[in-house]
Design a protein around this ligand. Structure first.
Ligand SMILES: Nc1ncnc2c1ncn2[C@@H]1O[C@H](COP(=O)(O)OP(=O)(O)OP(=O)(O)O)[C@@H](O)[C@H]1O
Length: 228
């Protein structure tokens, strides 16, 4: 494992008019880390991620990335897609790659699309309609959409929350495979301690505006009893 930081958060404070949500947070993520971000509802996980994605300006402190500009991939929680949604899985995955108005892919885009469909096991069902896909297949399509631009940092935002046990495990195995074979750096936001323990190597636990970090083995029942 390399110890090259990709994200370095220093003394981060986020204060809303009625509440300080993040109090002096330090957090370093190394390239190739797969880390769970855990915290009860309202702990500030979304706020922290919005600050990382530069959607929210912190009250103080800083977030430094190495290199200075990195590409982020964001996979949202399961969304209920209209069963009549007209796009195929392939077209949906390619949406974020289309930076022009041509009705076809440029060769480079096509290559990126083929590659990402392979990496996310979607080749067989690429021409099926997204609206008709299972929960797990949809989640793989969102993952593929987040991966197509080759992100340096992938953020999974409770992406497993509404999936059944088998689909959860399939998605996590796929993400772990990408992490292990391509050194993809992953932040997995979750309420599911068991999934966190099974699939990630480190944790960051947000409570009362502070962040505790450690190796996943240290996320013991004792630790949780003290903090949850
Ligand atoms: N723009 C805002 N203005 C004021 N308060 C906010 C704003 N955004 C979030 N908050 C408050 O900050 C706190 C943390 O919210 P946040 O959504 O970051 O928590 P969370 O850990 O992601 O919760 P959940 O697990 O429920 O998604 C909450 O009390 C929320 O109401």
């Amino acid at each position: 494992m390399t110890t090259e930081p990709i994200l370095d958060i220093q003394k981060l404070v986020v204060r809303f008019p009625d509440k300080t949500v993040l109090k002096d947070i330090d957090w370093t993520i190394q390239k190739g880390d797969m880390v769970s971000l855990i915290g009860v509802n309202g702990a500030g996980k979304t706020t922290l991620i919005r600050a990382i994605l530069r959607q929210l300006r912190p009250t103080s402190g800083q977030i430094v990335t190495h290199p200075k500009q990195i590409e982020y991939g964001y996979v949202p929680q399961f969304r209920n897609v209209d069963p009549d949604y007209p796009l195929s899985i392939k077209s949906f995955v390619g949406l974020t790659r289309l930076k022009h108005r041509l009705p076809f892919y440029l060769p480079k885009e096509h290559q990126a699309l083929v590659r990402v469909l392979k990496r996310t096991n979607l080749v067989q069902i690429q021409n099926s309609r997204l609206g008709k896909a299972s929960g797990g297949e949809k989640q793989r399509a969102y993952l593929a959409q987040a991966l197509i631009n080759e992100p340096d940092l992938l953020i999974l935002d409770e992406s497993t929350a509404s999936l059944d046990v088998q689909a959860k495990n399939e998605l996590m195995q796929l993400v772990r495979h990408l992490n292990e074979t391509e050194a993809l750096t992953v932040i997995f936001i979750t309420h599911d301690f068991e999934l966190a323990k099974q699939y990630t190597k480190k944790f960051a636990f947000l409570h009362d505006g502070a962040l505790d970090t450690g190796a996943i083995e240290d996320l013991t029942d004792d630790f949780l009893m003290k903090h949850v």
